[in-house]
Design a protein around this ligand. Structure first.
Ligand code: F6R
Ligand code: MG
Ligand code: MG
Length: 388
């Protein structure tokens, strides 16, 4: 029997462990502390390779190894890296130091403890291009629209129509993050049903995408929702995503193309506002204006013999200048709504609210309101009093 090929795993694990001058940018000393932990893990052979970076206030660990997804050993390495970085953040007095590390004790898996995780395992192709997307000031559902366009929209991905290896379509694993359930759906057959779910990105989140004809993993997103995990707001669930490209998957340019449209995402300022998702280079991955606008960075790597080659800073390109300009204009436009919806999120989705206190304060001042009245027996529904 031929020997089964070894599978490599790429793990992207992120946390906000504190940042400089507000929820703005990670401090280089905290990145250095995390890098030291990963360097040691590499020298011990626990991981093969790593790259440490940041997007806004999120510290991002990109690792390759042969230990599979959800490996306690790998998650412990990430946890220790965040702990060490948080220690430095506390020493430096950085803002919100340690905020995403929700527990003192590590128990085998970082899921549910605070950090966000996206991992995939596969047999390396002779050339294995992957793109790691990392966003700040938004939620995992922010990737629903681009993922749909990459893997299900022929107006974005020409390969769906003209490349026989993509022509069968892709399978989407969609999570209901409120109910803790997931469903697998198939494109193109169920396009409209898929859209009926993922158009509500706060609740339905694309977690994984598989190529249909051979079940190869194509994409994975972190779906941790910190506010739900902790039962209260403790920091946003700024997401990460890994997408494989080329040679039977969408081309690199098809993977990046949806980000040329700066779609509106939830999570700007205090996790409570809609704003345009601006694709930026690594050096512009700092959230300043109204703590944003929400930003996304894309780093391209090749994986060879379990090692990371790269990265290429993919949005560091004048081809995305116009997108950034449009994003600025949209930012100006929505900002002028101030505290009004739809710039501000609906009350059920806000991560900060004073509404209960305001209602409590006003409870004795509210008077019965009769909005309209017709003749007949009285029927009461909420504030409306009607007569049939
Ligand atoms: C955090 C974020 C920020 C904060 C805001 C208020 O990632 O998006 O917009 O919500 O800066 O922060 P606090 O309440 O810590 O002063
Ligand atoms: Mg933060
Ligand atoms: Mg953040």
């Amino acid at each position: 029997m031929p020997e089964e090929k070894k599978k490599v795993t790429i793990s992207v694990i992120k946390a906000d462990i504190g940042s400089l001058a507000g929820h703005h940018v990670v401090h280089p000393d905290t990145m250095a502390a995390a890098s030291r932990v990963l360097a040691e893990a590499k020298s011990k052979g626990i991981i093969n390779d790593y790259y440490v970076t940041n997007v806004g206030d999120d510290l991002e660990l990109i690792m390759t190894h042969y230990k599979g997804v959800d490996s306690p050993e790998i998650h412990e390495v990430a946890w220790n890296a965040f702990k060490e970085a948080a220690k430095v953040a506390k020493e430096l007095g950085l803002y919100a130091a340690g905020q995403d590390l929700l527990t003192e004790a590590f128990s085998g898996n970082v899921r549910g403890l605070g950090p966000g995780v996206a991992e995939m395992e596969f047999v390396e192709r002779p050339a294995e291009p992957v793109v790691v997307f990392m966003a700040d000031k938004t939620e995992p559902g922010a990737f629903n629209l681009p993922l749909f366009r990459i893997f299900a929209d022929p107006f974005n991905t020409a390969g769906l129509v003209i490349d026989p290896r993509l022509h069968n379509g892709f399978k989407f694993e969609i999570y209901d993050v409120f109910e803790g359930k997931y469903v697998e759906m198939s494109a193109p057959e169920e396009l409209y049903d898929i859209l009926a779910l993922i158009g509500t990105p706060a609740r339905f989140v694309i977690r994984r995408v598989y190529r249909k004809h051979d079940n190869e993993i194509a994409a994975v997103v972190s779906v941790e929702r910190l506010n739900l995990i902790a039962g209260r707001y403790v920091g946003k669930d700024d997401p990460v995503m890994i997408v494989r490209a080329q040679s039977g998957f969408p081309a690199l340019g098809e993977v990046l193309e949806p980000f040329a449209f700066p779609h509106l995402v939830a999570g700007w300022m205090r996790g409570s506002h809609w704003g345009p998702l601006m694709p930026v280079s690594q050096r512009n991955a700092r959230c300043t204006r109204f703590d944003g606008p929400p930003r996304v960075v894309a780093l391209g790597f090749n994986i060879k013999n379990g090692k990371l080659v790269g990265p290429a800073d993919l949005f560091d390109d004048p081809a995305f200048d116009e997108t950034r300009r449009v994003a600025q204009q949209i930012a100006d436009y929505v900002r002028r709504h101030g505290p009004f919806m739809p710039h501000r999120l609906g009350p059920e989705e806000m991560e900060y609210t004073t509404l209960p206190q305001v209602l409590e304060k006003l409870k004795d001042r509210f008077k019965e309101a009769r909005l309209y009245e017709v003749k007949g027996p009285k029927v009461r529904t909420g504030l409306l009093e009607t007569h049939e």
